[in-house]
Write a protein that binds this ligand. Structure first.
Ligand SMILES: Nc1nc2c(c(=O)[nH]1)N[C@H]1C(S)=C(S)[C@@H](COP(=O)(O)O)O[C@H]1N2
Ligand SMILES: [Mo]
Length: 181
């Protein structure tokens, strides 16, 4: 498939880039929330990566070139408390997804600003989207606004996880649903 379908719930945000903020909160190591501008995110080392997208509704799009920075480089600037193993990544307008901290730290987890060499378009998630190719794409919020570090006892669930979808969502293991019926 050349072009994956555009898929998401709700509206496309139109806030100007200069006013966009990425907020990292929850159980941070310092106990404080940290906020970054997109210019600050763009100062991290640039990465380009060619990968496939796997939607849990069973389409795959091959060979998309994403450009951005590594999520783990931002985790390093705003690290979690030692007992944290999960995150809730959230987007504009309330979309959110549970992503294990280990997946945020993997070298292929990108905070994406470019797709196929061009700045992201609004419908593809501008100004920032999370891409973790080995997870189903519902784990990659478009219009990323940040994440919260979750403590093990914290029950916060993302949009699809509240609706019975899997906490990890590994595409190769076909982890679609939390429980098999
Ligand atoms: N903010 C937000 N991000 C989202 C979604 C959404 O509903 N809202 N849907 C996810 C799902 S299920 C898919 S398959 C991909 C689709 O990305 P695309 O529109 O670039 O194909 O976006 C993901 N990111
Ligand atoms: Mo999806």
């Amino acid at each position: 498939m050349a072009e994956p379908p555009v898929m998401h719930y709700g509206r496309i945000p139109e806030r100007e880039r200069a006013r966009w903020r990425v907020t990292i909160g929850g159980a941070t190591a310092s106990g404080d929330e940290r906020t970054f501008s997109l210019d600050e995110v763009a100062e991290l080392p640039p990465v380009e990566q060619l990968c496939d997208m796997h939607c849990a509704t069973r389409w795959t799009a091959q060979g998309i070139a994403w450009g951005g920075v590594r999520a783990r480089d931002l985790v390093e600037l705003a690290p979690p408390a030692p007992e944290v193993s999960d995150t809730l990544v959230f987007a504009e307008f309330g979309y959110a997804a549970n992503v294990p901290l280990a997946d945020m730290l993997s070298s292929d987890a990108l905070l994406v600003t470019h797709r196929d060499g061009q700045p992201l378009t609004p419908e593809r998630g501008a100004p920032l989207r999370l891409v973790i190719p080995h997870l189903y794409t519902w784990k990659g919020p478009k219009w990323l606004r940040g994440w919260n570090y979750l403590l093990p006892e914290n029950p916060d669930r993302g949009f699809w996880e509240q609706r019975g979808y899997h906490a990890r969502g590994d595409a190769w293991r076909e982890e679609r649903y939390a429980r098999r019926s």
